[in-house]
Design a protein around this ligand. Structure first.
Ligand SMILES: C[S@@+](CC[C@H](N)C(=O)[O-])C[C@H]1O[C@@H](n2cnc3c(N)ncnc32)[C@H](O)[C@@H]1O
Length: 202
């Protein structure tokens, strides 16, 4: 009888052990399941936001910092002037204009993640008094106050943008385009090696 009881006890312990292991396996699988769903959701959001930018004007591709400085120098950006970056990406042009040229800067960005990143950067760099970022479409927001406009878009987007620049900007405003041309604007500097094109509104 005693032997049978010991055997039953051992069986119970083995059962508990199996149950515990099974629960652990199920919990681990559930965690992996949630991680996979999380990764899929993040990928989906990233793909939608990248495609949205491309459809609306241009994919994200930051200008090299050395080129940012050259572009701003070539526009002859002066202290206190207002510069707009149409599609400001991670905000590097706005930050450089404010810090190194003492300009006021406004960025327009259609990608919500880059917009939020810019807001975060501006706050931690304490540039709120000099730099603003607007969330929206560069084709629909007013840019008439700009002294200087920066564009790094695509050729077809530049072609579409030309009329807006001519209609809204005041005379003597300057436009600098990275890589792509504005065929009907008056060019004041063309450097096809570096891919920097500067224009002036007549
Ligand atoms: C090539 S990146 C240039 C980023 C930044 N200007 C630079 O030179 O480093 C183009 C940026 O424009 C944004 N963009 C594209 N179409 C836009 C639109 N219609 N309105 C506002 N931003 C747009 C994209 O999300 C992307 O961040």
């Amino acid at each position: 009888m005693e032997k049978i009881l010991i055997h039953i006890k051992q069986l119970n312990i083995t059962n508990d052990y199996i149950n515990l292991n099974a629960t652990l396996v199920v919990n681990t699988l559930q965690v992996y399941h949630y991680i996979l769903i999380g990764i899929a959701v993040i990928w989906f959001i990233v793909i939608v936001s990248v495609s949205w930018s491309i459809i609306k004007g241009a994919p994200y591709s930051p200008t090299r910092m050395e080129k940012v400085h050259n572009m701003l120098k070539l526009t002859n950006l002066k202290s206190g002037e207002l510069i707009y970056d149409l599609g400001c990406g991670d905000g590097r042009i706005l930050i450089t204009a404010a810090r190194h040229f003492n300009a006021q800067a406004v960025g327009i960005e259609i990608d919500p993640f880059r917009y939020l990143w810019c807001q975060f950067l501006i706050s931690i760099l304490r540039l709120r008094k000099k730099v603003r970022v607007l969330y929206g479409n560069l084709f629909t927001l007013d840019i008439s106050e700009a002294d200087v406009v920066v564009c790094y878009l695509l050729q077809k987007t530049n072609d579409k943008l030309e009329d807006k620049l001519k209609e809204e900007l005041q005379s003597n405003s300057r436009i600098v385009s990275n890589k792509f041309l504005f065929s009907s604007l008056t060019a004041i500097h063309k450097d096809s090696d570096q891919g920097i094109y500067v224009y002036k509104i007549d």
